[in-house]
Design a protein around this ligand. Structure first.
Ligand code: MN
Length: 361
């Protein structure tokens, strides 16, 4: 036996793994012994393998799956560092989703709204709203759909051969939310019901039509709250106290690459794959579940829902400026759609703008 080889027991003690774990990692190809005695089957490890073994221990503490650890261990230090960064970004994104869900449930179960008019005022107040969809200057047809009402705003961007029917089916399926009593309670149940209806309607509209489907971003306003459902790369923004915030996260391939640190936001904006969706409502029914979120609505909020035909060609500072300058939703929609046209209008462009009532003087 060579001088620098350690039997499995000694090596296990030195690196803080159990012999059982070392045998498992050997069988999985994570950490091969330097030598296996052909007669006894005893495993021997080189002292130089201690660093790899400790890396495995640390990666296990990060809850990295064994397949991921195998990948990292096979890489050089720089590439391994990038891979660990990507893993951690994924963990944080998954945690963020659960955090949103927890916040949603807490808000849902908290009976007293923090802001805004009380329940009795709800029948008195509605959003002032305007919606318009434009084919743009390049596309032969418009596959976007939109709806705006006193409580419901929705935008959908269809794709594939039945894209136009898919987007309008999704929006139509939500319209019942704008009828009847204002949904002061049970917004969660109501939205889930609506999302299920929309997914079914899209399946009916787009099944058998190849790779067809739609995005969907919709906002249900209760007077004191906003319930938002979202899938794909249509977007919702709020203009509040002069600042513009994005309420949705794009479900796109490039956005996940940004989250994992593989692309910068600037690179993503110029990436030819930027329109590839990671999630959408589709005809084959394999739709991922849309995001559901609940926000407080404040008096004087201005909401914008739009398709990517606006957000990819009009930068956010300009969106903010146009929204802030427009005296009412009609003129906001007109100036936004004009701005997309002036930028070449490469895609269908759809905007919904709505104002929450200001505080009574
Ligand atoms: Mn589009």
């Amino acid at each position: 036996m060579r001088e620098d080889l350690l039997p499995i027991g000694a090596f296990a003690r030195a690196c803080g793994l159990s012999p059982k774990a070392l045998r498992l990692y050997d069988s999985l190809g994570l950490l091969r012994p330097a030598r296996v005695d052909p007669v006894t089957g005893y495993r021997y490890y080189a002292a130089g393998q201690l660093e790899s073994a400790r890396l495995v221990v640390w990666l296990r503490r990060l809850d990295m799956p064994l397949a991921g650890i195998r990948e990292v261990c096979a890489l050089g230090p720089a590439a391994a560092a990038r891979e660990i960064g990507a893993h951690w970004a994924r963990v944080e994104a998954e945690t963020a989703l659960r955090r949103d869900l927890a916040a949603f449930l807490i808000a849902h179960l908290t009976r007293e709204p923090a802001h805004g008019p009380g329940k009795d005022d709800l029948t008195m107040t509605e959003l002032r709203h305007h919606a318009h969809s434009d084919t743009g200057r390049v596309r032969p047809a418009n596959q976007d759909a939109a709806y705006a009402g006193g409580r419901l705003l929705a935008v959908a961007d269809g794709f594939g051969p039945a894209g136009a029917s898919a987007s309008s089916a999704a929006v139509q399926a939500l319209r019942f939310l704008d009828d009847g009593e204002p949904p002061a309670d049970g917004v969660l149940d109501l939205l889930e019901e609506a999302v299920r209806a929309a997914a079914e309607a899209v399946r009916d509209a787009a099944s058998g039509a190849g790779e067809a489907g739609t995005t969907l971003t919709a906002l249900l306003w209760t007077g004191s709250r906003l319930a938002l459902t979202h899938i794909g790369d249509t977007r919702a923004y709020v203009l509040r106290d002069g600042g513009l915030s994005l309420l949705t996260r794009d479900h796109t391939l490039v956005q996940s690459m940004v989250d994992e640190g593989r692309l910068t936001p600037l690179e993503a904006a110029a990436d030819p794959r930027r329109s590839l969706l990671a999630r959408a409502l589709t005809g084959d029914g394999t739709a991922a579940r849309p995001d559901l979120r609940l926000y407080d609505s404040l008096p004087g909020d201005r909401y914008l829902l739009c398709s990517d035909g606006l957000s990819t060609v009009v930068p956010e500072p300009r969106l903010r400026g146009l929204l802030a300058a427009a005296p009412d939703p009609d003129r906001a929609v007109t100036s936004l759609i004009d701005a997309a046209g002036a930028a070449g209008g490469p895609d269908n462009v759809t905007c919904v703008v709505a104002d929450a009532p200001a505080l009574a003087a």
